[in-house]
Every structure is written in C-alpha cells, then in structure tokens.
Design a protein around this ligand. Structure first.
Ligand SMILES: *[C@@H]1O[C@H](CO)[C@@H](O)[C@H](O)[C@H]1NC(C)=O
Length: 310
C-alpha cells in the first residue's frame, strides 16, 4: 500500500491520463446536449450529427485544439474529485460502521455505497466551478457554435470573469444537478461492478484478472452512463446559461422534456458512453501502474519509521 498522499498522486496521474484520451468525446457530448435546446425537433439545427460526425467536424474546423478545449479544467476537476473520494470515503465509512456495527472493520454494502456517493457529491461541490468553465470552454466554437459563447482566454480568465460579474453564486451555478449527477454515478458504480463480476465468474467461468476487470467495468460503465446522463444534460444546460433562462434544475428538466420530447435528456448519450467506457478501463489499468511506481518512489524517499506504519 502506498501512503494516502501517494495514492492521491498516483490516482490523480491515472485519472488525468485517462481524461487526456477521452476529452474529445466530452467536447462532442456537450455540444450535442446543447444543440437544439428548447426547440422542437423540426426547428432544431443539426450542426453535430452524432459522435463520429461531431469529432470529424470539430477536427476539420478547429483542429485538435478544438477537441481539447478546457482540458486543463478537466484535470483540475479530476484531481478534486479524486482527492475528495480518497480523503472522505474511508473516514465516512469507518465512522458510520463503528457507530452502527461497533466494529470499524466490518464491510457493509449499504454503508460502502453511501460513503462512495457522499464523497463523490463532496467532490462534485468542490469541482463544480471547474466543470462549469470546462463546459463553457468546450461549447465555444468560432465555426459551429452551440450555446452561449463565452470568450474566456482560459481557465483562470474564466474564473476571474465569472467571479467579477456574478460573484461566488456565478461560480456555483448548476451545482445542484452536478451533485445529483455525481451522486447517481458514484452510487451505482461499485454495486454494478461487483454484480457484473459475480455473474461473469459464475456464468462464464471467468477468472480473476485483467479481462474480468475490463468486462466488469464495461458493464458498470454502461449502467453508470444510463443513470448519470439525464442529470448531466440538465447540468450542461444550467452551466450554459448566463441569464435566468431556467429557474432551477427541475424547471430545466420539465421544459426540456416538454419542448424536445422525453429522449432529449439522452442527447449526447453515445458520446458520453464513448468517454466513460475507455475512461474507466484506462483509469483502472493506469492506476495499477502509477500505484506501482508510487510505491517504488516511496520506498526510496520515505524514512523507515513512516514506512513501518503503512
Ligand atoms: C444557453 O444559454 C442562453 C442564455 O444564457 C440561452 O439564450 C440559450 O438558449 C442557451 N442554449 C443554447 C443552445 O444556446
């Protein structure tokens, strides 16, 4: 085991590596989610016609830079989320288990899920401003714009501009659906992962190892995407607005469904899937490597009395 700081760094590097590869799909997803907002199907523009079309149009018009807009915000967000998960999961879990079961080592499925969800939600709160600016940077396009075009020079400029014009409230716009989204995702991730793993071993006789991990995280990623996407769409639209187009997340949800139909909350679903699946698999495989490196580094630099405690 690496130290907490060590796992934080190792996990952060793994998550950022995964994000670098999948960020382009996230950009396409956001543009698909915003496209045709509050317009009926026949009036809605179709500048982006799906995942592959979206990727190719963006690369053609804006280059790789277009796909990777807001990447540094995505890094910050991942580090925040990862840090909160790592920092709060274990304390929440052991406090709850020791009050309920009088034994902090006991593993309760319900408590583990609750701890995962609440630490994810905390991460969403800390990371929301980064996600907001990321969304706005990604929807900006000098060629085929969808959404309000916010001209931020970069992440920091975005922060400063929003804070100057709207204060802290502006930076925390859309934090409600962001919490719901991450809470949904974090609470179904582990149970579906273990469910898939159990069934793959039982029905297909798969053995512990890389293929089983990849298959289980693919199955879990699919379910995560299904439950997370509707609040994700609401969040993208709350992040896009600068005025008060919507009174709140529910208003956004109702009006979206009313004008665009029920399936509108699943706009950009395949782009989301194209981001989530490789993301989970990459994080999993990269984390194994970075953890190994981290342990090696710690073996070399940490004094013996700290190592003895790990
Ligand atoms: C984005 O927000 C603005 C308000 O700031 C709104 O006018 C617009 O319809 C929203 N959506 C799109 C796709 O532009």
């Amino acid at each position: 085991m690496a130290t907490t700081t060590g796992s934080f760094i190792a996990g952060g590097i793994a998550a950022c590596g995964a994000v670098t590869v999948t960020h382009g799909f996230e950009t396409v997803k956001i543009r698909l989610q915003l496209q045709g907002e509050l317009q009926t199907k026949k009036d809605a523009p179709r500048l982006y016609r799906g995942v592959l079309h979206g990727v190719s149009v963006i690369v053609k018009n804006e280059g790789m830079r277009g796909l990777l807009r807001g990447l540094n915000c995505a890094y910050f967000y991942q580090i925040m989320l990862n840090g909160c998960r790592l920092g709060f999961y274990e304390p929440v879990r052991s406090t709850l288990t020791s009050t309920i079961y009088k034994d902090p080592k006991y593993q309760s499925f319900g408590i583990n899920i609750f701890s995962g969800a609440s630490s994810g939600i905390l991460g969403a709160i800390c990371g929301s401003p980064f996600f907001l600016i990321k969304t706005r940077l990604q929807s900006f396009s000098p060629f085929l714009p969808v959404g309000t075009q916010h001209h931020y020079a970069g992440a920091l400029d975005g922060m400063r501009t929003i804070y100057r014009n709207e204060g802290l409230k502006g930076l925390y716009r859309g934090v409600g659906p962001a919490m719901v989204r991450t809470g949904f995702g974090s609470s179904v991730q582990l149970p579906t992962y273990f469910f898939a793993k159990r069934h793959l071993t039982r029905i297909f006789g798969m053995k512990e190892g890389m293929p089983l991990h990849v298959a289980s995280s693919t199955a879990s990623g699919f379910v995560v995407c299904c439950v997370m996407h509707p609040p994700d769409t609401v969040m993208a639209r709350m992040y896009n607005q600068t005025g008060n187009l919507y009174n709140g997340a529910f208003d956004c949800l109702f009006r979206t469904v009313k004008t665009e139909g029920l399936l509108a909350v699943y706009k950009g679903f395949f782009a989301h899937l194209a981001r989530i699946l490789p993301h989970t698999i990459l994080t999993l495989t990269l984390a194994e490597q970075t953890n190994k490196w981290m342990r090696k580094v710690e073996d070399r630099i940490l004094p013996d009395n700290i190592k003895a405690k790990i």
